[in-house]
Design a binder for this molecule. Structure first.
Ligand code: NDP
Length: 434
């Protein structure tokens, strides 16, 4: 019986991995098509596909063009260059399961500032018109879909032939290795960290660059930027600025410290972030809503508050860990659990779990303001179509799944100490409800 259950759950895992591998590319293209060419209406795209079937999908699928490849190559090369050459403080990541300590150069904020200043200057001085990026968006996504897939094959081969550290290994299954990845900290040479590039400098940076692009395209189309677009862009840029301000903190989170470099995380950051995460702004380009000052300001303030709370949750946890619990949380000494765990090498180590402040409300309270912030930068699109809200729905599913994955991981890492935390803080995400 137990064996049947294991076989069944393995099958479910493979099926969901394979469906994600095959369904994600068409989804990215259909989302772009619907936003840009079908008035944001899922129904219109559905009717079109119903009438034209697979042939219809083939007809609307944009082919990667030399312009698209050039834009991606210039952006990628520029970001890789900034990652390597800009100065930054040395940062030690958390101890890995195999006892390694990855070393980083914390220059994300500098790279972010240089990128936005360069992009806006190119536009201002008439050297490059960002509207071109919007005009070739379909081709760019199409090229990213293919290019990132090839990149994930490279990661898979590198994991087998030339892993960068001992935090690497095969599960014995090709699909799992490709999907979840093999290396935790793949590098090119000693200094070029691949996950910092894919997740932060390409993924998150492209989000900021595209947000600005959408504003400029709307300006080109209508001669002004609507207040809905301004609120959307301002909130997204504040969120991304917060991300780069705290980038070294991100290097201590699950994406970097626990998830290996494979299709799930790398393809996601290279394709899913530039397309899905930016989609509310993509919709607004040709749907300029006029909110009026009062409503626009109310949405802006609510969004800013959510971004601040999300930031403060991350800050509290990191400050608490950095000071070894010798800090104040909401004006008081923190309440904590000293948790023991064993590394894969068999060493026993201590770790602190914060049980007060935001981390005393629920075990993943920070996901609540994260989801609400996404809602507030989408709501300027009002409610004529569902599609702009796809990101909010996706993020909610992603974070609920992530909270469960993290709980399972922490439970197997900390055992009885995690149970003590769960007894003290019983709710997973929403206090009093879930
Ligand atoms: P977290 O910041 O939630 O970190 C999880 C880790 O923190 C756990 O694995 C555990 O690691 C440690 N931990 C758990 N509970 C405690 C505690 N009580 N005290 C101290 N340490 C604890 O990671 P996430 O990566 O999920 O989130 C980071 C940020 O990124 C958040 O702001 C989140 O909203 C955002 N995010 C955004 C996404 C998006 O797509 N927009 C996706 C995912 C995250 P250890 O092994 O060190 O104990």
């Amino acid at each position: 019986m137990a064996e049947t259950k294991t076989v069944h759950s393995a099958l479910v895992t493979y099926t969901s991995m394979i469906s994600l591998l095959t369904l994600c590319p068409p989804f990215v293209i259909l989302l772009w098509y619907t936003m840009v060419h079908a008035d944001g209406s899922v129904l219109k795209t559905y009717e079109y596909l119903k009438q034209n079937g697979l042939e219809g999908l083939k007809n609307i699928w944009p082919m990667p063009t030399p312009t698209a490849w050039k834009i991606i190559a210039c952006f990628g090369a520029f970001e890789a260059f900034l990652q390597l050459v800009l100065p930054g403080k040395r940062f030690e990541g958390p101890v890995s399961p195999n006892g390694n300590v990855p070393i980083y150069k914390a220059n994300g904020l500098q790279a972010y500032a240089v990128t936005l200043i360069t992009y806006l200057s190119l536009w201002w001085f008439g050297i490059f018109n960002p509207a071109i990026v919007y005009d070739h968006l379909g081709e760019i996504y199409s090229a990213l879909v293919v290019g990132s897939f090839v990149f994930c094959i490279f990661l898979y081969i590198k994991g087998h032939l030339a892993p960068s550290s001992s935090d690497s290994g095969s599960s014995g299954n090709v699909i799992i290795d490709f999907y979840w990845g093999m290396e935790l900290y793949p590098r090119i040479g000693k200094h070029f960290d691949i996950k910092v590039f894919t997740n932060c400098r390409f993924g998150m940076m492209s989000w900021a660059v595209l947000a600005v692009t959408y504003c400029i395209k709307q300006y080109e189309l209508y001669g002004k930027v609507s207040d809905s677009m301004l609120v959307n862009t301002a909130l997204m840029l504040v969120y991304i600025t917060k991300f780069f301000l705290w980038e070294s903190g991100y290097w201590c989170t699950m994406d970097i410290a626990h998830d290996r470099a494979g299709f799930y995380i790398c393809w996601g950051c290279l394709v899913w972030v530039p397309s899905i995460y930016t989609s509310p702004g993509m919709y607004l380009v040709n749907h300029p809503v006029n909110l009026g000052t009062q409503l626009a300001l109310s949405i802006l303030i609510a969004g800013l508050l959510c971004i601040y709370i999300n930031y403060d949750c991350d800050r509290q946890r990191q400050e608490f860990r950095r000071t070894n619990g010798k800090c104040t949380i909401w004006g008081k000494a923190p309440s904590k659990i000293v948790a023991q765990y064993r590394t894969t090498k068999g060493e026993t180590k201590n770790s602190l779990l914060l049980t007060s402040g935001w981390w005393g409300l629920s075990r993943h309270f920070h996901y609540v303001p994260e989801i609400l912030a996404a809602f507030f930068w989408t709501v300027p699109a009002l409610f004529n179509h569902f599609l702009p809200y796809f990101y909010v729905v996706f993020l909610t599913i992603l974070l609920f799944d992530r909270a469960k994955r993290d709980d399972d991981r922490c439970s197997s890492k900390y055992g009885k100490y995690w149970k003590m935390y769960c007894d003290k803080v019983p709710y997973r995400i929403i206090p009093g409800i879930y």
